[in-house]
Ligand binder design. Structure first.
Ligand SMILES: C[S@@+](CC[C@H](N)C(=O)[O-])C[C@H]1O[C@@H](n2cnc3c(N)ncnc32)[C@H](O)[C@@H]1O
Ligand code: SF4
Length: 392
């Protein structure tokens, strides 16, 4: 940790517990006893102590796993430690929730202590699909939990949905989308199902229990973009939409973002530094990427012995780093303004990546504009392939 460096302003905390593993999910998490959770809490507080001197968080994100699975006492312990270490008071502080684990007491405690955004994993509002995905919550719980969060006083809520779920018809997706838009949330994230290795859904796909329908997935995505836009959302990333509000601030104006865009995630996509704490979490601090052990016991042991729980460390060359930053930023609808990219990375997109940008333009996937480069609607659909061209 450099002595006089400007502190890092972004903090992620991974909570590696879920009541039950969903069939599609590859995030590191497990079902656990109270004893393991308490041990994790002591360890993550220890990890906070190790890095707090280099942190002045403007955005905080508790993800998982299921952070809302922690009980009131466990949350209090974490929040007290964060207050002691000057890690509270962020402009945007998000906690991810599973609708089955939201309570009014918990919501009130989080809000009182500075959490001001909740992201709820709704995924679907169709009873059969929720079961198909191995979710523990019912559609009623999704509605009820949203009301509880509003009642507690949260005015910045995100809803996560998934589409192209095996067995999901366009009709079912339209209905879920309409109902989810009816929640009136400030933010919507909606991802097409990714078949991650080592998940139950991937195994089912390999066994031939269902097949993929690329055209249907495409129609569902079009429906998502159209319906969300008509409902007053602005798409600012492939899978992310935020409500358009009149209020604005410097950051959002500069990057042409809607004010309720998730600032924490925007920092990732724009190649900013962040500390990631907890098992399996990644940090990216001043060009060095580290990854924590994806094993809660090992993670705790390392911290209990006074060490860092780091499994791997990678220092990219400035050019490789700039290539990754280009690739990530192209997920955003605004693309990369040339000047912002140069300020962030010290490299010029128009020099190093000129051929790649022209190739993407010829393909109809990208657009070179006077002030920047962005992917077209078609390009955003294939953003991973487009982004790969920028890696060095
Ligand atoms: C950590 S989870 C959200 C919080 C909480 N664990 C829950 O599921 O309710 C983050 C989000 O990633 C999305 N996600 C996870 N695995 C996915 C996959 N394989 N394909 C597409 N989306 C996925 C889901 O929408 C999920 O809500
Ligand atoms: S989607 Fe959320 S609840 Fe389901 S296993 Fe993944 S992290 Fe846990």
């Amino acid at each position: 940790m450099a002595g006089k460096a400007v502190p890092i302003t972004s903090l992620y905390v991974h909570v590696p517990f879920c009541a039950q593993k969903c069939d599609y999910c590859a995030f590191y998490s497990e079902a656990s006893s109270g004893e393991v959770v308490n041990r994790y809490i002591d360890a993550v507080i220890r990890e906070m102590e190790l890095v707090s001197g280099d942190l002045s968080p403007r955005t905080v994100f508790f993800g998982g796993g299921t952070p809302s699975l922690l009980n009131l006492r466990q949350w209090e312990k974490i929040l007290n430690a964060m207050a002691r270490l000057n890690l509270v008071g962020a402009d945007e502080w998000t906690v991810e929730c599973n609708p089955a684990t939201v309570s009014l007491d918990k919501a009130k405690l989080l809000l009182e202590r500075g959490v001001n955004r909740v992201s709820m994993g709704v995924q679907s509002l169709d009873k059969e699909l929720l079961e198909r995905l191995g979710r523990i919550h019912s559609r009623d719980m999704a509605f009820k939990s949203f009301d509880i969060l509003r009642h507690a006083g949260f005015d910045n809520l995100n809803v996560d949905l998934m589409f192209a779920i095996p067995g999901q018809t366009l009709e079912v997706w339209r209905r879920t989308l309409a109902e989810a838009l009816g929640f009136g949330s400030e933010h919507l994230s909606s991802y097409e199902v990714i078949y991650e290795e080592d998940t139950a859904l991937y195994a089912q796909l390999k066994e031939g229990r269902f097949s993929l329908d690329e055209d249907l997935a495409c129609s569902m995505y079009k429906e998502l973009v159209g319906d969300a836009t008509r409902a007053g959302f602005q798409q600012y990333e492939i899978a992310n939409f935020a409500r358009e509000l009149p209020a604005n601030n410097g950051l959002t104006e500069k990057l042409a973002l809607p004010p309720r865009a998730c600032r924490h995630n925007v920092n990732y996509w724009r190649g900013g530094s962040f500390y990631g704490l907890g098992p399996s979490a990644t940090s990216y601090v001043r060009g060095v990427r580290t990854k924590n052990w994806s094993n809660t016991q090992l993670y705790c042991e390392r911290l209990e012995k006074g060490g860092f729980p780091i499994e791997s460390r990678e220092e990219l060359s400035p050019l490789a780093r700039a290539g990754e930053t280009a690739a990530f930023g192209l997920r955003m609808v605004a693309g990369w303004p040339f000047e912002d990219f140069r300020e962030t990375t010290g490299h010029d997109l128009r020099k190093e990546w000129s051929d790649d940008m022209r190739r993407l333009e010829r393909q109809g996937w990208g657009r070179i504009e006077p002030k920047g480069f962005r992917l077209t609607v078609q390009g955003l659909r294939f953003a991973d392939a487009a982004a790969e061209m920028f890696l060095r």
